[in-house]
Design a protein around this ligand. Structure first.
Ligand code: 2HG
Ligand code: ZN
Length: 479
């Protein structure tokens, strides 16, 4: 795509930011234009790369004055096109990558202050260096940035115990669209001082301002893990097991991930190095992980006995408990690589839905029947964070359909019909069409369709109040 011309109103800003702070060369800009899933290819004349909060403020103020849209950009791992500019060439990209300092860690107080451009892996490492752990856990941790995690209220695989990103935040520093800096970077666990305005920016996907730093909660490092892969009949058996594991182990349960057999087989077939400790023919697997902050001992043994009793009672089909840290890694490798397996296998139609946990099984049964009619033969790769009621309910074309074939195109042609059926059913069952991936550009119409109209009207009023010029990430979340 051709480079967009630089608006005259931004020439001074470019000079101020200097060569390291502003990319205007199309070769430097290219990597900021396409999202991770390659759903969109945008254009821009400028990628601003501020190195200080003051520079972020100058970019936002200047763009608000000139009426130019600003698209905040972190690690670019969004599933919904939230971090790339549109095709007009009129929007500026604002990359947080140079704001990447860990400002402070307080192990005793259990807090860590990081700038928005730190990768999630860098936050993990900083916490670990102080004997602490930051529990947000995502497959993309080496690439995604904490500013994006905040702006999308990221979830991942330890939500069951620690909550989503929002639950891990104590304070924020945010630059508002007019360049004012909201300084709420407090490390207080208790702070009841009127409206909690920082909450507005968590999950706002950069439509209200730019988060530049955050104060996060950090926790003791687990000293002992017990991790199992359990073979099950179906998702109903997984939900029942979840209840019993929590009865037995309470808050020690950190992760409860579900993989239908078809997802396991896809990973084994397409991802080099993927292995399963149980037979590939099992109808479904759950990856269940317990963790203890102190080495009290026997966690692995207790979990093994629990699973043995489950097997003897006929409630699970089989189980394997990791015998080493390395084996634990192989269990997680299998789980974390299902998305990659699906990508390698070819096209897919993705959904990121959540339901009340008690209705997951009904959802799977009813949606399977719907899909049998709408997309016969399509493989339902419905996996994920069952402990949180969150399924990545993704479809792959029928087995044997090759990448780039006419059959694959026909399958993709069903996307809108399939998605409507799935999202309507989710809504009927009291669920959400966007559990953890956000709205971005992709799901704006879904938000309009499914959100409570009162909530939607409030969102529009908040947007108009905080971003009256409408320059913050235009076209994302709301339009
Ligand atoms: C996961 O849980 C991610 O692995 C990706 O949220 C889900 O690719 C997907 O649909
Ligand atoms: Zn997920």
């Amino acid at each position: 795509m051709s480079a967009a011309p630089l608006p005259a109103a931004l020439a001074g800003l470019v000079a101020e930011l200097g060569p390291a702070g502003a990319h205007t060369d199309p070769a430097d800009i290219a990597r900021y234009l396409t999202d991770h899933r390659r759903l969109y290819v945008g254009r821009t004349a400028l990628v601003a790369r501020p190195a200080t909060v003051g520079e972020v403020a100058r970019v936002l103020r200047q763009c608000a004055l000139a009426g130019i849209g600003v698209v905040p950009h972190g690690g670019n791992t969004s599933y919904c096109g939230g971090a790339v500019p549109d095709e007009s060439g009129n929007q500026v990209v604002l990359s947080l990558e140079r704001l990447a300092r860990i400002r402070a860690v307080d192990p005793a107080g259990g807090t860590l202050i990081a700038e928005a451009g730190c990768t999630l892996a860098a936050v993990h490492a900083a916490a670990q260096a102080h004997g602490r752990r930051f529990p947000l856990s995502l497959g993309s941790e080496g690439t995604c940035q904490v500013g994006g995690n905040l702006s999308t209220n990221a979830g991942g695989t330890s939500v069951l115990r620690y909550g989503m990103m929002r639950d891990l935040v104590l304070g924020l520093e945010v630059v508002l669209p007019d360049g004012q800096v909201l300084d709420q970077l407090r490390v207080l666990r208790k702070d009841n001082t009127g409206y909690d305005v920082k909450q507005l920016f968590l999950g706002a996907e950069g439509t209200l301002g730019v988060i530049t730093a955050c104060a996060l909660k950090v926790f003791p490092q687990p000293a002992d893990y017990a991790t199992a892969i359990v073979a099950l009949e179906d998702i109903a058996a997984a939900v029942a097991l979840l209840g019993r594991v929590r009865d037995a182990f309470g808050d020690l349960v950190e992760g409860f991930e579900y993989l239908p057999g078809v997802a396991v087989r896809l990973a084994l077939e397409h991802v080099p190095g993927a292995t399963s400790p149980l037979a590939a023919s099992e109808p479904a697997l759950a990856l269940v992980e317990l963790a203890m902050p102190a080495a009290i001992g026997d966690l692995g043994e207790r979990f093994s006995s629990f699973l043995q009793a489950e097997a003897e009672a006929g409630r699970i089909r089989d189980a394997a408990v990791a015998q080493s840290g390395l084996q634990r890694d192989t269990f997680w490798f299998l789980r974390e690589h299902v998305p990659e397996a699906q990508t390698r296998a070819g096209a897919s139609i993705k959904h990121d839905v959540s339901l009340p946990v008690a209705r997951l099984s009904e959802f799977v049964t009813r949606s399977t029947a719907l899909l049998d009619r709408i997309a016969p033969g399509a493989r339902i790769i419905g996996y994920g964070h069952v402990g949180d009621g969150n399924l990545h309910y993704n479809l792959s074309p029928p087995a044997g359909v090759t990448k780039g074939s006419a059959e694959e195109a026909a399958f993709l042609g069903l996307k809108d019909t399939v998605t409507r059926a799935i999202h309507d059913l989710v809504a009927e069952l009291g669920g959400s069409f966007s559990a953890e991936h956000g709205v971005g550009r992709l799901k704006v119409a879904e938000l309009e369709r499914y959100e409570d109209p009162v909530a939607l009207a409030l969102m529009r009023r908040i947007k108009a109040a905080i971003d009256p010029a409408g320059t913050m990430n235009p076209g994302k979340v709301l339009r």
